[in-house]
Design a protein around this ligand. Sequence first.
Ligand code: SF4
Length: 251
Amino acid sequence: MAETEHAVTREAIALVAERLSRAYPYIREVKAAEGLFTDTPLDSLMRAVLSQNTTDRNRDAAFAALQSRYSSWDDVADAPQEALAEVIRVTNYAYTKAGRMQAILRRLCEEHGRATLDFLREWPTDRVLDYLDAFPGIGPKSAAIVALFALDRPVMPVDTHVYRVAQRLGWIGPTTTPERAHAVLRALIPPALVLPLHMGCWEHGRVTCRPVPRCGQCAVYAFCRFPAKTAPEPLVEEAIAHTAHSRRKAA
Ligand code: SF4
């Protein structure tokens, strides 16, 4: 509670989760199509490195190019850095990312005989996060993505969209950093709601609660503490969901 802006009840959190799920009913399908639920822990970490400073589309294009060019992560570890950078050139900072990926993969090969993170499945969540966080270039968000999507652990990745929405809902304070927000939200959100809320807040921040928010189309207006929120228009829930889906298809 100390770093939460306002008193937030579990009932309110559950209602926000429910309303976001109804406003963005397609979001699980979108994430599934991106492969996030079928990634191995190492796939997930490599995808997280690729996603830094680029779009999801470019991240996925680079990931697909890797899968088509190399038969295993061990092969990626052994590739010349320039060649690897060329394969993932669709992402920004491809040479830096290639080096970052290979540093991780080579360390895993040294420590475990091959490039794998499957051993994390047996580890407790805090140990998983500490281990991943210790790799150069891997922060709490990337560690949380691996934990949530590949290991089914209730850890909320806080990207720019989730951070903005959580702050406007008063779940984190105005001075709480994105890094610190991971711990605050982990303590606040019931485990069963972490995944739906991550996906819901992410899509809400992307299409509705943008830097300049579309408050008139907001499914969680009643729970918002943002002082600059605007007056809502009289849209019913079905209309909100329909509008969100249309915006996504048009994007
Ligand atoms: S009311 Fe506006 S600022 Fe508040 S959560 Fe909804 S879209 Fe965001």
